[in-house]
Design a protein around this ligand. Structure first.
Ligand code: AMP
Ligand code: ZN
Length: 145
């Protein structure tokens, strides 16, 4: 069952959903709205937002999440994308600038760092005992959520 959509009068993405500020709309459903990013990392960079104000992913009801990914697939298909990133940032130090959940669809037309998402990936070898302890702790907590 759909939850009652929240909106904030100060939130730029809530204003876009309500048509109070303009956007380059792509597609819309009962639960989601998508549009072109005005500061694109590459041509075709799009955003999908829930029609419900939640700042971060874990605050958003599941039905909005379920609605968003099929739209990401459509936006990728409409552009014939083979290389692209789906990105969703939570929190300032994780690069979230707009505090209303949004999914980026970012075409990666070439390997150049000049277009599309450029990712830092500071991977390190894991300690197997630490992985085991973490797996047990998280699996236990997840089974109760
Ligand atoms: P994030 O850093 O994940 O919070 O991304 C916010 C994104 O929203 C950036 O890519 C901005 O270019 C984009 N953005 C901000 N305001 C608008 C707007 N009015 N219309 C379209 N995109 C916007
Ligand atoms: Zn909002």
């Amino acid at each position: 069952m759909a939850s009652v959509a929240r909106s904030l009068t100060t939130c730029i993405f809530c204003k876009i959903v309500k048509g109070e500020i303009p956007s380059f709309k792509l597609v819309e459903t009962d639960l989601s709205y998508s549009f072109l990013d005005i500061g694109p990392l590459s041509r075709g960079h799009a955003l999908i937002i829930p029609k419900d104000h939640a700042a971060k992913l874990h605050e958003l009801p599941n039905e909005y999440l379920a609605d968003a990914m099929p739209i990401a697939k459509k936006i990728a298909a409409a552009q014939g994308l083979e290389n692209y990133n789906i990105l969703q940032n939570n929190g300032r130090i994780a690069h979230q600038e707009v505090d209303h959940v949004h999914f980026h669809v970012i075409p990666k037309p070439s390997a150049s760092d000049d277009e599309g998402l450029v990712v830092g990936w500071p991977a390190k070898p894991a300690d197997k005992e630490d992985l085991k302890a973490l797996q047990q702790e998280l699996a236990s907590k997840l089974s109760k959520l």
